[in-house]
Write a protein that binds this ligand. Structure first.
Ligand code: UGA
Length: 444
């Protein structure tokens, strides 16, 4: 099939390259010339394991091309995916849907034949219906543009696998079972033939809500374990053992019970806020008010980490050096949007410490966001002269650090594990004091 993908960020670029990998002819569209130039050369403008190989192969094969020209896109296909950003509005909880609106408003009048516009971005419920109105207002006489919602559940770091082997496909459409649904299903036929997954066909509002509900549930699960972690700290219990034990109940499950610095990134934090805002607009504000608590539990973990570092430095951060290992919001990503790691480094620096940050992939993005922090070229370099070593992102590289080698360059012998990921025994055996969020007396 021929298709376009509007937006070439984490979501759109992955979708475009993977659709080409499935055998489709794809045109990726973005307003950012520099990004399009890089993609044309087969370069992925962000870090995503496995994606560069696919993109290069498909660019060379000519199955995926990139443009900034909307007219070319309208001409190229009758199936248009939309994967542009829906960031948090400045100074508000609500999502900014102006980019999705702009794509539809600009594309609709250029269509010369009936077309399907498939939204993949995470949007407040009701957006698809509004986009349909915009499309109806703007299309030429005799042309129909149908808006469909097909939310994307990919995780950064696993984006390729999540796109090529999804665990479900959700299609929100005005007329289930009709020809529009068939067109959208067509794009996924190669997946459904090789490695079938459930396809849930529903209305537009349900499809939009599935996505925000999934992210809100994941955020709630993380904040639940982090709230329990606060009690564990107070009671001298170990949240990691507790999470293992409750996670064995299949109704609960161990995944996303990783206690520590909590969630960040471009999705979970802004999505729970947008969900609260939209529920409020719909008059159901009480229903989602618990998400405010989910948000504050999450933000408290960052402060608790800074408190632990302050305690470890003898009550005062001024004049102390803290090695912060990790800047990305999670491993296998270079994304620093709302990153707990960088946030902690920033707070340590504000309180007078010298925070020396190292990350295997996110240093450039971190520098651009927080230019005043000190950055190191390796984990060991970051630990040179450090009074405290703080692990803020669970990169495999940090898990394998040799405590004896770090001890040779660091000034202090205190390891603060913000992600409950380090081998505590090995560090203690090498003479380190090991402290972690949610693990009280039991491990200190
Ligand atoms: C999230 C969802 O997991 C995807 O399904 C969704 O498609 C995506 O948002 C999106 O809306 O586009 P992502 O932001 O890539 O994906 O990251 P996650 O893997 O969900 O992790 C989010 C944050 O939670 C990270 O900061 C991670 O460190 C933290 N986390 C995760 C924990 O603190 N504990 C855990 O047990 C798991």
């Amino acid at each position: 099939m021929r298709m376009t993908v509007f937006g070439t960020g984490y979501l759109g670029a992955t979708h475009a390259a993977c659709m080409a990998e499935l055998g489709h002819e794809v045109l990726g569209v973005d307003v950012d010339e520099a990004k399009i130039d890089r993609l044309r050369r087969g370069e992925v403008p962000f870090y995503e394991p496995g994606l560069p190989e696919i993109l290069k192969r498909q660019v060379e094969a000519g199955r995926v091309r990139f443009t900034t020209d909307y007219a070319e896109a309208a001409e190229f296909a009758d199936l248009h995916f939309i994967g542009v950003g829906t960031p948090q509005r400045k100074g508000e909880f609500a999502a900014d849907t102006s980019h999705v609106q702009e794509v539809v408003a600009r594309l609709a009048p250029l269509l010369t034949a009936d077309a399907v516009m498939v939204g993949k971005s995470t949007v407040p419920v009701g957006t698809a219906a509004r986009l349909q109105e915009i499309a109806d207002e703007r299309v030429r006489a005799g042309v129909r543009a149908e808006v469909v919602w097909n939310p994307e559940f990919l995780r950064e770091g696993f984006a390729v696998a999540d796109t090529l082997t999804p665990d479900r496909i959700v299609i929100g459409v005005r007329e289930p079972g009709g020809p529009v649904e068939e067109v959208v299903r067509g794009a996924y036929v190669p997946i459904l033939e090789s490695d079938p997954c459930p396809v849930i066909v529903t209305d537009l509002a349900t499809a939009e809500l599935v996505k925000v509900s999934a992210n809100a549930f994941l955020a709630t699960k993380i904040s639940f374990i982090n709230a329990v972690s606060e009690v564990c700290e107070a009671a001298g219990a170990d949240v990691t053992v507790l999470a293992d034990a409750i996670g064995m109940d299949p109704r609960i499950g161990r995944r996303f019970l990783g206690a520590g610095l909590g969630f960040g990134g471009g999705c979970l934090p802004k999505d729970i806020r947008a969900f609260m805002a939209r529920a409020g607009e719909l008059g159901a504000d009480q229903a989602m008010s618990f998400l405010r608590e989910v948000d504050s539990i999450n933000m408290r973990r960052r402060e608790r980490m800074v408190d632990l570092a302050t305690e470890a430095c003898g009550g005062m951060l001024i004049g102390k050096t803290v090695a912060v290992l990790g800047a990305a919001f999670k491993p296998d990503s270079d994304d620093v949007r709302d990153s707990p790691a960088l946030n902690v480094a920033g707070m340590l620096s504000l309180k007078g410490a010298q925070a020396v940050v190292y990350d295997p992939q996110a240093l450039d993005n971190a520098r651009a966001l927080f230019p005043t922090l000190t950055y190191a070229g390796s984990a060991l370099e970051a630990c040179e002269g450090a009074d405290v070593v703080l692990v803020a992102t669970e990169w495999p590289e940090f898990l394998g650090l040799d405590p004896a080698a770090v001890a040779r360059v660091a000034r202090g012998r205190i390891m603060l594990d913000g992600r409950n990921c380090m081998p505590a025994e090995a560090w203690r055996a090498a003479g380190w004091t090991y402290r972690a969020l949610g693990r009280g007396v039991a491990v200190s």
